[in-house]
Design a protein around this ligand. Structure first.
Ligand SMILES: [Zn+2]
Length: 152
């Protein structure tokens, strides 16, 4: 996946001149929060532009830790999920993550959800608990193998 990375000194005036588009990363005085983890970007913030919600390109700011931790594909996926469902990476880190409990919660809801919607919401909940997309896949693989072992 090709994610254009722009230099922090690049001019974002194209977006700033558009009244309907705002920088999703929150700005506090001169400080900007990372779009993934919401930490203040105190050193080496990276300004990027991502296509979100299928057809809108917005600027985002990444802290140095998220730049080092996540792939470009992870960042695009996570940014889209946070824009759709809210929150940020590790927002609920102190709470236990139980995929089966969340799955039960999502499927017992009266509103019918398509499997793709359930997958997206389950991954979003994992991200809120501070579980990266890679760790999430590993956890699902462990869960699937333990369920298969108990089945056979
Ligand atoms: Zn970050």
């Amino acid at each position: 996946m090709n994610m254009p990375i722009i230099d922090e000194n690049d001019d974002l005036s194209a977006t700033q001149n558009s009244p309907n588009l705002k920088v999703p990363s929150e700005i506090f005085g001169n400080k900007i929060k990372c779009c993934i983890c919401h930490r203040i970007c105190s050193k080496n913030p990276k300004y990027i532009q991502l296509e979100v919600l299928s057809d809108v390109i917005l600027p985002f700011v990444l802290c140095s830790k998220c730049q080092d931790t996540f792939t470009a594909e992870d960042i695009k996926l996570m940014t889209n999920l946070f824009m759709i469902f809210g929150g940020y990476f590790a927002k609920n880190k102190l709470e236990p993550f139980s995929p089966l409990r969340i799955l039960h919660e999502l499927t017992s809801n009266t509103a019918h959800l398509e499997p793709t919607q359930i997958n997206m919401q389950l991954l979003h909940r994992a991200l809120l608990h501070g579980i990266s997309p890679k760790e999430y896949v590993e956890k699902l693989q462990q869960l699937a193998s333990s369920e298969l072992n108990s089945f056979f």
